[in-house]
Design a protein around this ligand. Sequence first.
Ligand SMILES: Nc1nc2c(ncn2[C@@H]2O[C@H](COP(=O)(O)OP(=O)(O)O)[C@@H](O)[C@H]2O)c(=O)[nH]1
Ligand SMILES: [Mg+2]
Length: 247
Amino acid sequence: MNSTLVIIPTYNERQNIGRLIPLILEKDETIEVLVVDDSSPDGTADVVKALQKRDGRVRLIERPRKDGLGKAYVHAFKHALSCGFERIISMDGDFSHDPMYLGRMMTLLDAHDVIIGSRYAMGGGTENWSIWRRILSRAGNMYAGMVLSMPISDYSAGFVGYRAEVLKAIPLDQIRSEGYSFLMEMKFWSACLGFNLVEMPIVFTERRQGRSKISRAILFEAIWVVWRLRLKVPAQAAMIRRGHGKG
Ligand SMILES: Nc1nc2c(ncn2[C@@H]2O[C@H](COP(=O)(O)OP(=O)(O)O)[C@@H](O)[C@H]2O)c(=O)[nH]1
Ligand SMILES: [Mg+2]
């Protein structure tokens, strides 16, 4: 496998994105970067366009308004598949996900279908998070674990690598969830479709520049979405697997 697209959804990440992209590109010459920007008022897209002039490995999708993480990712995943990328990695644009992990994630994707950059796997962790964020994230992950029972510890991880086959198999058009529920939905679909998910420990560092865009409503959306997923996804995934002759 030798083509990798790193997808970064952005909303008001001007202070971060210009420094982050070069660090990603220098990790491997086969990496390309796709920024999906929701017309950030701070001009994030202008910074990306300036980088594009210097490096042909930078792509940009501009969406007309802030429309949530889930829709931005679905748009980007479709773009990645239509361009034939073999590995697709999702990553935040605020330095919470350190590009130093990319090499290992790409290597692991040679042998596994989905790699989760996990804060809660042995050796992982969080830095500079308030006690409130830590409790909320832990509690959310324990709750998701009780409802979805996948063999993973970080359900809301946003630093995730997929082999293209996984994204091709997931019915992306049906995905409606936003924020953290979207991240959980992608993992649940992957597991129900029979793909193999492996956690890679990472240390997640809270952003130093800009502000979190995840609203309280998006946070609480996850409480009922996990139940919807549990009721809906396994049966649909079984039908898709039968269609592909996977059993
Ligand atoms: N395109 C797009 N990106 C978003 C949206 N909401 C958040 N992001 C980006 O998604 C990433 C994670 O969001 P962030 O606010 O850091 O969430 P947190 O780390 O959970 O506090 C960052 O790169 C954000 O700029 C959105 O509605 N649209
Ligand atoms: Mg963040």
